[in-house]
Design a protein around this ligand. Sequence first.
Ligand SMILES: Cc1cc2nc3c(=O)[nH]c(=O)nc-3n(C[C@H](O)[C@H](O)[C@H](O)COP(=O)(O)OP(=O)(O)OC[C@H]3O[C@@H](n4cnc5c(N)ncnc54)[C@H](O)[C@@H]3O)c2cc1C
Length: 390
Amino acid sequence: MRTQVVIVGGGPAGLLLSQILHLQGIDTVVLERQSEEYVLGRIRAGVLEQGLVDLLRAANVGDRMDREGQIHEGFEVSWEGRRQHINLAELTGGKTVMVYGQTEITHDLYDARRAMGGTVVNKAEDVTLHELTSHKPYVTYRKDGKSHRIDCDFIAGCDGFHGVSRQSIPKSVRQEYERVYPFGWLGILSKTSPVSSELIYSQHERGFALCSMRNPKLSRYYIQCSSSDSPENWSDEAFWEELKRRIPEDAAQKLEVGPSIEKSIAPLRSFVSEPLSYGRLFLAGDAAHIVPPTGAKGLNLAASDVHYLSTALIEFYKNSDDALLSAYSETALKRIWKAMRFSWWMTTLLHKFPENKGFGDRIQQTELEYLFSSRAAQTALAENYVGLPY
Ligand SMILES: Cc1cc2nc3c(=O)[nH]c(=O)nc-3n(C[C@H](O)[C@H](O)[C@H](O)COP(=O)(O)OP(=O)(O)OC[C@H]3O[C@@H](n4cnc5c(N)ncnc54)[C@H](O)[C@@H]3O)c2cc1C
């Protein structure tokens, strides 16, 4: 079998890349290790920057998002009983974010791929990349006990943090940067009305909390927990009680509680692997970098990688020009590191760090005081939150 671009990983990055390239007449095959049901069952991100919203619309997968997504013009930061509204629209000259679940985006992308006759191979096992530094790379995999080979021009590694693509770049070529935070986020999804129409990020002496949502009847809440904790240690009642302690009093009083339909712990880490390209292999999304979820940059960063990579591949096929492909890693990394910095900053601002006794605590309090009192500080937060330009 032959295609132009093999895309390893059928998460949001891989599917969106495939959709954009297909619309430009570029042939792709997506190889996904899991079943479609499994991929669609994953509950993850939900806050979309304008850049991702535009990209989804341009890829003809924005209709349901435009009908069902909620535009948010701001969010709140709560600290020591005080609340600061960050008015995104006012601080950034009208920019906003869209709340629409990653699960829904993936759903829309799978539907669009099917409708256009795109090839997505689910349950592809033992995906292996070959001859990456030649002009004739190929990929092998197994499906239903049979071995397959796909010859191609390029391989896009969109297979997430635990995928095979990044590992296919020799260790001697890769430079990895990592910070693991000494806590995680315990999150629950519940069929309850969100406590607020906007997100509330709460800094509290017991630890961080976030009130978030997916739609008017589906809430997503998080509390900072120990990295060694387990969801089984938390009954729904214990979660709600702890959340109420950490969020503003009036929000706690009107919080609608109910059974969780999903409960999990996400570890927090910052990670970048450089470069993003090796021969004919190009990494995009979580395959190359991870951010802590504070600031909601993970999915958005995957989208900006897809923007740069799709533009470069289209330029190659339309105009036989590989300059953008050669520059892809450097171009994407500039934006990646800005999102890394922002996610690290927001995590540092809002979480309780076990080692932060004394000096660290005072600096954190002062940073919050500055944010609450300075329009310039609020503007910097807003500018990064809505997403820096591509
Ligand atoms: C629990 C959790 C909660 C999150 N919450 C948020 C949030 O609130 N806000 C936010 O912005 N971001 C969040 N993120 C991050 C965000 O979901 C990711 O940044 C986003 O999914 C990246 O998309 P991706 O397509 O690059 O990677 P993924 O979504 O990881 O997709 C990669 C795909 O590749 C497949 N794959 C892996 N290995 C192979 C292989 N060997 N062969 C073939 N296929 C393979 C995987 O099955 C997967 O479908 C969260 C992540 C997690 C894990």
